[in-house]
Design a protein around this ligand. Structure first.
Ligand SMILES: [Zn+2]
Length: 217
């Protein structure tokens, strides 16, 4: 799942309105932001295998530190805990922790059974990615709900608040369509890792959006 994770970050603004949208995105995508680092360190691995599922040519051969259920709960506690230390916002930190874990749940719905329950444990996944219309429908609906809740829970401070937000939405849709229909990436985990690392720029983009919009309480 790709835009679905971002969509939950957008939805979360409705409930936990103190964290910046950047922090909400960071939490929702945390394990995918960590994953490229682990690939570069050689601690996790991926290979390119067109047809692995209809949606992605990536075969996630080993990623227990970023993508096991147990470790995503650990990362959720870490992210929520660090946020609490800095912001003393209990509600925000709990929701951020849950957003980190939500990533695993959404991946569980979409991935084929390649997600370990714990490092070395049984691998699970419902495999929605085997259906193109199913994936489009589920991710599309979550994404539209996310946009709706975000727009309802914030209002613009200036014109940048409009362009920065809609620019991101258009950009995410373009990347998503390119992921689905573009050519597979080269079979190099280093290249895949660098593409993955570029997602940190999306987090920065969200901090920029948040600075140009205010929360409606
Ligand atoms: Zn993931």
């Amino acid at each position: 799942m790709f835009i679905g994770h971002f969509a939950l970050g957008l939805c979360a603004k409705k409930i936990a309105n103190k964290p910046s949208l950047g922090t909400l995105f960071l939490a929702a995508q945390f394990v995918d932001l960590l994953w490229p680092v682990l690939l570069l360190l050689g601690l996790e691995s991926v290979i390119v295998e067109p047809g692995n599922t209809v949606i992605t040519p990536l075969n996630f051969t080993n990623y227990p530190i970023s993508h096991s259920l147990l470790m995503s709960i650990v990362w959720g506690v870490v992210v929520g805990g660090v946020y609490y230390i800095f912001r003393k916002d209990r509600k925000g930190s709990i929701w951020l922790g849950m957003l980190v874990v939500s990533h695993w749940i959404l991946d569980f719905i979409t991935h084929r059974p390649d997600l370990p329950l714990y490092p070395g444990g049984a691998k699970v996944g419902l495999g929605l990615w085997n259906s193109l219309p199913g994936t489009f429908l589920v991710e599309g609906i979550i994404f539209i709900i996310g946009i709706y809740f975000y727009l309802k829970s914030t209002k613009v401070k200036n014109k940048t608040g409009v362009y920065s937000f809609w620019g991101l939405i258009v950009f995410l849709v373009i990347i998503y369509i390119n992921n689905l229909f573009g050519p597979p990436p080269p079979d190099s985990s280093t290249t895949i890792a660098f593409v993955g690392l570029s997602q940190w720029l999306l987090v920065a983009w969200c901090y920029w959006i948040d600075r140009n919009r205010t929360t409606v309480s």
